[in-house]
Design a binder for this molecule. Structure first.
Ligand SMILES: NC(=O)c1ccc[n+]([C@@H]2O[C@H](COP(=O)([O-])OP(=O)(O)OC[C@H]3O[C@@H](n4cnc5c(N)ncnc54)[C@H](OP(=O)(O)O)[C@@H]3O)[C@@H](O)[C@H]2O)c1
Length: 264
């Protein structure tokens, strides 16, 4: 289901005293109900205000999308990783896609997944395999257009398997590896791919969990970092910045010692 595209608001013939009509560009957000995604759209629009952004929201909660759309003067469409590849591709808006942010993610109940293959598969699908049809299509369209920015939220959880969330972590590791290869493939086409690796972020995904305050960010902090990294064309973003060093150390811990760090 798609809402009517909004009519253009800028007048083609502006009076001489008015500022020039802004160039328009399309920003597609997959997983648009994510708190990180919403903070990023707001920050992006404010930071790149020289462009008139046509925003298109995609997600599985139609009522929430319809409620969010007016704030961004956005169109929206239904998207779920459980849809067929063809339906996923059809959910994308027609025309050029200049920027695409994907913030889909599903942490899932680790304990249940350990005994329930359907849940284990769901976590893998919603964080990785289920995203491939839509990400591949966006990548192909950007490559054909010779430009575009594909910004995808992965996680530091993909850097090393942990007792507490290894289905989620494994799926994010696969997503990170996919993005690494995709970035290299798309370089000659002028398409920029950013892998975003947040640490802990205070959103509903981790609601009710006790998180270490000094390394737990607000969605607005992640959004600020994403915009700054996009300006620099940074390929991989750790956010908050301390996570780059935390994960470097985590990767260095010998496996035999890592096995005993039960808190992980
Ligand atoms: N919060 C953290 O600590 C943290 C840390 C590292 C990485 N991340 C990543 O950051 C991204 C955004 O998460 P968030 O923290 O902003 O949490 P969030 O608010 O729960 O956002 C998750 C998003 O994924 C969507 N989603 C889940 N399953 C889906 C499916 N099957 N099909 C389509 N959409 C689906 C959700 O849609 P609904 O609204 O319909 O549920 C929501 O839009 C995710 O990729 C997450 O893995 C988060």
């Amino acid at each position: 289901m798609r809402s009517k595209p909004q009519a253009a608001t800028a007048s083609a013939v502006a009076p001489a005293a008015q500022p020039a009509v802004k160039p328009t560009a399309t920003f597609v957000v997959i997983g648009a109900t994510s708190e990180i995604a919403l903070a990023t759209i707001r920050k992006w629009r404010a930071s790149f205000s020289e462009t008139a952004w046509r925003i298109h929201l995609m997600g599985r909660n139609d009522a929430a999308l319809a409620q969010l759309a007016p704030e961004f003067d956005a169109t929206w469409s239904h998207y779920d990783t459980q849809m067929s590849p063809e339906a996923q591709v059809a959910a994308l808006p027609d025309g050029a896609i200049d920027v695409c942010l994907c913030a889909v993610g599903y942490l899932g109940p680790q304990a249940q997944a350990e005994h329930d293959p359907n849940e284990a598969q769901r976590i893998t699908h919603d964080n990785y395999t289920g995203l491939l049809p839509v990400l591949d299509c966006v990548a192909a369209r950007m490559a054909a257009a010779g430009h575009g920015q594909l910004l995808v939220v992965s996680s530091v959880a993909g850097e090393r398997g942990r007792r507490s969330n290894y289905y989620y972590g494994a799926a994010k590791a696969a997503l990170t590896a996919y993005l690494s290869g995709l970035r290299i493939r798309l370089l000659p086409y002028g398409v920029y791919v950013m892998t975003i690796k947040p640490g802990y972020v205070r959103t509903r995904m981790v609601a009710g969990r006790k998180l270490p305050p000094y390394i737990t960010a607000r969605p607005e902090t992640i959004a600020r970092d994403i915009v700054a990294a996009a300006r620099r064309r940074q390929p991989v973003l750790y956010t908050m910045w301390a996570w780059r060093y935390i994960m470097a150390l985590t990767r260095l811990i010998p496996e035999r010692l890592f096995q005993h760090l039960r808190r992980f």
